[in-house]
Design a protein around this ligand. Structure first.
Ligand SMILES: [Mg+2]
Length: 398
């Protein structure tokens, strides 16, 4: 028994471009690109001409000389997103947002009061069309992975149910690019090996896939190709930033003192990140100067991390950049927040399996703290220095 198809993946079609066409009737039916230097979104009319997201604006014009390029209006997209998510949450309490324009909805418990998953999806699509003026595609399946593949296959403006007994028939003939997590590089690798469909990937032994694609990626994709994806809809997913800050009073602080405080803050939030099985990509340093003017500096990493050493190195670089200002104006508050936070398992494919010393140190420190409390362990930067302060009062923010 495989259970029932009760997971919906709802995904707005060509989201930014569709909002532009909704708000400007003269753009309807025309190839529209949102962005300028780079294509942030393309309408289906532009996609039909070969225009793709992340393509340069020049290339888009070459492909499609009559393309209409409009600047992004993030406020309008946020408002549309909020309206659509309100409809999601009105449909079921079990909503897991994936991005500004897509979410998983678990509707399994609603049959008696709201009907079958297919009926619920039809009503959801009608409401988004009527109340927000946008087309949304919905895939329905037993697992999140299959629901996401189904919504993509159904686009544009589609609804596709993958019944449990039809899963292989649906998935195996699809091109490997349809697997969630297969990017251009992995697809190219597979193509070179003559593997073009999900079925061909599924036929390999797991060990073969791991050897060809790397252990983590190979095992993950092979499991997906064989229809193993047990993850339930996760409504506890935290999209918000993780952060901590410390007010410093008005006395002067040496660079060394600031470094110790920064280390404590990063150590603590990195641990929270790992405890929540999360990784992040952006580190934000927040400062309040002696004159109480606030400033922030941020840096985004190329790949997500949960390593204290990496996060601390970025935070230190940001603080070093602010030192001239601090020297001149004084500093009364320092804080760090981590954003672009995602579940570790959702980005596993981009993470190298790198069991280096940093990983071992973080794991060991976390374990010791779990047993003996946070005060029992200090990082090297804090050792040999008597801070002379009471334990830091780190208040949460965001
Ligand atoms: Mg979308």
């Amino acid at each position: 028994m495989r259970g029932e198809a009760t997971v919906l993946h709802a995904d707005l079609d060509a989201f930014y471009a569709s909002v532009e066409q909704r708000d400007a009737p003269e753009l309807r039916g025309r190839p529209v690109v949102v962005g300028g230097g780079v294509v942030l979104a393309a309408s289906y009319e532009a996609k039909a001409r070969g225009v793709r997201t992340a393509m340069g604006g020049r290339q888009a014009r070459d492909l499609c000389p009559d393309v209409v390029v409009v600047p992004p209006r993030m406020d309008a997209y946020s408002a549309a997103s909020r309206a659509v998510f309100a409809i999601f949450r009105d449909t079921t309490p079990l909503v897991e947002g994936l991005s500004i324009d897509e979410a998983f909805l678990e509707v399994g418990g609603l049959r008696r009061i709201a009907g079958t998953p297919e009926q619920i999806a039809m009503r959801l699509r009608e409401r988004v069309r009527a109340e927000v003026g946008l087309a949304i595609s919905v895939g329905i399946a037993r697992t999140k992975f299959l629901a996401k593949v189904a919504s993509a296959v159904s686009k544009p403006d589609g609804l596709l149910v993958v019944e449990p007994e039809r899963e292989e028939a649906f998935l195996l003939p699809l091109p490997v690019e349809r697997l969630w997590g297969v990017g251009a590089v992995t697809a190219e690798k597979l193509h070179r090996l003559g593997i073009r469909t999900v079925g061909q990937l599924a036929e390999l032994e797991s060990a073969t896939a791991e050897r060809l694609l790397g252990k983590a990626t190979g095992a993950h994709l092979h499991a997906l190709a064989r229809l193993r994806d047990p993850r339930p809809v996760d409504t506890t997913r935290r999209r918000s930033a993780i952060g901590s800050q410390r007010a410093l009073g008005s006395r002067l602080r040496s660079a060394d003192e600031l470094d110790v405080i920064l280390t404590q803050i990063v150590d603590r939030i990195a641990r929270r990140l790992r405890d929540g099985d999360r990784v992040c990509r952006t580190v934000v340093l927040r400062l309040r100067y002696g004159d109480f003017v606030k400033a922030s500096r941020s840096r985004t990493l190329r790949s997500p991390t949960d390593r204290t050493a990496v996060l601390l190195a970025v935070a230190r670089a940001l603080l070093a950049g602010a030192q001239p200002e601090i020297a001149e104006r004084g500093i009364t508050l320092i804080g760090v927040s981590l954003s672009q936070v995602a579940r570790t398992d959702s980005v596993q494919l981009e993470l190298p399996i790198d069991w280096d010393d940093g990983v071992r140190l973080d794991t060991a420190l976390d374990a010791v703290r779990d047993r003996f409390g946070a005060a029992s362990v200090s990082r090297a930067a804090q050792l040999g220095r008597d801070p002379g302060w009471s334990p830091p009062q780190l208040s949460e923010h965001e």
